[in-house]
Design a protein around this ligand. Structure first.
Ligand SMILES: [Zn+2]
Length: 296
């Protein structure tokens, strides 16, 4: 590799004896051809990289190498070895290991931002959207991160992934606390708007109003009490799980309120017309749910 200017000061010494041979180098970053030595926090692990790689992938190192009289033999960094392994793998074109936790992801993003490394930032940005296949399952925290970095498309997609969650459940408290006020409001508005739009949809035709009526076949007075009960149950379910998928699935098959509806018939023994068309009800409720807003 051709070295120039201030790099000379950081060039790995070429004399026969290697002064760094006793150091614990990461196996993927131990090539003697690489001319820069970097130490992780507490100097437990060392990394050899080419200065060209650092300069071309990091605004921080580009600036550092542009300064005159950079004298360091070893560059000591504040990040632990695992974070640096991920970061250096990303800038070197190596596959990077699984990101094990949300805390780790945050440390990695912090370091990528600190060293002004757009490559790792964009890789992590894409990684956020594969969370369902990774160890990062907390969509509220992923959404919080996307909002913090103002990644709009990812924020929207991750807000959709929160729709299976009840934001009021105590188990999400620590995740909710990672949200900014704006991100939190947007998320609550999305969840609430789905419930309210759903309620409006159920109150409008073709659904029955719930007021006392008469059988269309025999004119006997009938009550739509069973439907009112089911409607209440559906709205409560939408509040608890705004995705609404369980209404169509287990809900309509198992809820006592649903079974009561499918059984409800005209009280006139000579008529016994069923009051609700089950398959048509499922179809229209599905249309309602599919039409609800699903991103912030
Ligand atoms: Zn009837």
């Amino acid at each position: 590799m051709q070295l120039d200017g201030p790099d000379e000061d950081l060039v790995f010494p070429r004399h026969p004896r290697n002064p760094f041979e006793s150091l614990n180098f990461h196996p993927n970053f131990s090539s003697l051809e690489a001319n820069v030595v970097l130490a992780a926090k507490d100097a437990q692990v060392y990394f050899r990289l080419h200065s060209h790689t650092l300069k071309t992938t990091s605004g921080f190192f580009k600036t550092m190498y542009s300064l005159p009289h950079s004298q360091a033999d070893i560059i000591y960094l504040d990040e632990n070895a695992d974070v640096l392994e991920h970061l250096f793998s990303m800038i070197s074109g190596f596959p990077f290991p699984e990101i094990p936790s949300h805390e780790f992801l945050e440390s990695l993003l912090f370091a990528a931002e600190k060293y002004d490394m757009p490559g790792p930032m964009s890789l992590i940005r894409m990684y956020l959207l594969t969370s369902s296949e990774s160890s990062l399952k907390d969509s509220i925290r992923l959404y919080a991160l996307a909002c913090r970095y103002d990644w709009k498309q990812e924020s929207k997609k991750l807000s959709t992934q929160t729709l299976s969650l009840d934001l009021y459940d105590e188990v999400h408290r620590s995740s909710i606390q990672t949200l900014s006020a704006n991100a939190l409001l947007d998320l609550f508005m999305l969840h609430r708007s789905r419930r309210e739009e759903f309620r409006k949809c159920l109150d409008a035709p073709p659904f029955v109003s719930g007021a006392p009526s008469h059988c269309s076949q025999c004119a006997t007075p009938i009550s739509y009490a069973a439907w009112k009960e089911l409607k209440y149950k559906m709205v409560m379910e939408m509040d608890r799980r705004p995705l609404g998928d369980l209404i169509l699935d287990a809900g309509f098959c198992e809820w006592p309120e649903a079974l009561a509806c499918w059984r409800a018939a005209c009280p006139n023994d000579a008529c016994k017309r069923l009051l609700y068309d089950r398959s048509e009800t499922i179809r229209v409720v599905r249309d309602c749910i599919e039409g609800l807003p699903n991103t912030i």
